[in-house]
Design a protein around this ligand. Sequence first.
Ligand code: FES
Length: 322
Amino acid sequence: MSELPLTNVRVKSMTLLADSIVSLLLEALDGSDLPAASAGSHIDVNLGGKLSRCYSVVRRDGAPKRYEIAVAKDARSRGGSRHIHETLRVGDILQIGAPRNLFPLVEDASLSVLIAGGIGITPLWSMVQRLETLGRSWVLHYAARDRSRVAYISDIKAFSEGSTNGKLHVHFDNEHGGQALDIGAVLRDVPTDAHVYCCGPQSMLDTFEAATAARPAGTVHLERFASTQHQGDSQEFTVVLAKSGQSFEVAPDQSILDVLLENGIDVPFGCMQGACGLCETRVLDGTPDHRDSLLSAEARATGQNMLICCSRSRTPVLTLDA
Ligand code: FES
């Protein structure tokens, strides 16, 4: 279980926003205000048992009495989005963690350029609302494969039309011969002191990282909304726990975390998808195969820490400080 304190909330409403995207309004059981969530924050949502996922809070300015999250149904879902779309009902009780922000907005930037792919709009939509409140300049590029897959589009269009600080550009791949948004072109003339943000699928983030490689450190921000844990070959390896001296085999279809929990080892965890950081563990020997969506390129290169819910080993044996 997550180490964070959990709060019971009720699903107040569920709304279909677009093809296979549903929003959930969550409220405290006693109707009290939930803690404020800064733009870019996420909450860990416990969906029952060990099923836990993190979702961006779609913050709206004003008293944060409730949280709104939006969930796209993932055809490869291991239970999280499928459970929400197929099983969860209005009135159900869930447990959530306090909001945490691993994708914070720089509020004093002269210009913020935000690029969203599909459901990656959720943190960026709250950032745009915050920037408008602050009177800061923003440009939002919202891309999706087609018009049936865009959440909040009418709200965002109306918002941008009433904005004095920002602009919205929308791109649908199927209306451009199947071509994805040209992120290089989008960023080409953006001043280097602007802050640029991206949240979307892996292919979009890879392009964004390449297109921003020469930008000044600290001005480039991205958040992945799905881990890459299923990418690449997975081999069996041995994990050794230095403190107890125990060792376990990790099969190709298991995570280190799965194996430790199955063997009664008490380790912290939250999202189980490489996004929340709760399972971060120090590596004493061996080379991790990072498959999370959280650690920076610099942190990965050192190999000193890893997220054991999804990352694996490049060496036959991996020794952890656990
Ligand atoms: S449990 Fe969230 S990153 Fe591992």
